[in-house]
Design a protein. Sequence first.
Length: 327
Amino acid sequence: MQEYELDERDFRLLHALQIRPRAPWAALAPIVGADAATLSRRWTALKEAGLAWVTSYPGLGTKYSGAVVEIDCAPASILRATEELAGDPQVMTIHQTAGGRDLLVTLLCSTEAELSYFLLERLCTVEGIRSTRTHRAIKLLSDTKQWRLRSLHDTESRLLERNLPEPTSTGRGITAEHEKQLALLLKLDGRIPVADISNTLGISPAKARNALAAVVAENRLTLRLEVARSYTPWPVNVWYFMRVPATKVEVVARRLSTLEEVRMVTTTGGMYSIIMTVWLRRVEDMTLLERQLGERLPFAEIMDRSIVLRTPKHMGHRLDPSGKRTA
């Protein structure tokens, strides 16, 4: 049984942080409907409970190689294989699923060589894995960063975006080593104060502030709010595997990315043209979504789907069986 339920003010706060993950509490107060001190206390409580957190990951402005890997395991080995894979930094997310695969693993590697090594040499060393199917990501059309909790009105969202413009780059970067350290700090806590960044990196606050603005503005790092899925109104996570005529792939993928339920859409070089993930209110809503897709995109064929049972690792962070962040 869940020991906590997020209320509407929590969801308004989290929706605001989806739009501007590092927004000052004072700037969010008039939109969320609570004073800055209350928002700060609430955020601290949510973060410490593992219910919500802000993290970072490489953005489209960096070079990386990604893939989605379907893994079949011996039944008794699923948990052991999950635990071993969760320790690899290249493994961003692990989903234990019901459907045509036991695990769905999202990989993010810095080079093609690193991805090839992981797929060809690392995976075969994990005890209990019986087979794998790799889908090399080609183009990410919809990132979870665009998904919203739908607790703020459109006018409130636009006001927040207008009052707090996206950071712009000053062109004053930092060394590669400092940027690597900054990425680690933001992965652990995307709202880490500039003063703490300055102290940890041994640079001035002004330089730390400029560096932070540069990596975000140039899309080398993406900041994103995460929330424990089972505590939201959308507790059902489903993966869809689709086949689309080559001439329609880009059009279909872009139309899919406009659906409110969709969290991620990517084109792939595997046996499926498009892979996407969605969050739904009920398992029964799969039927409604699939009917909607059939009506709007009749040439997009759903080849398979899998329902997520647990997410032991999400975007580099370990989660407990209820979906709360533990590390």
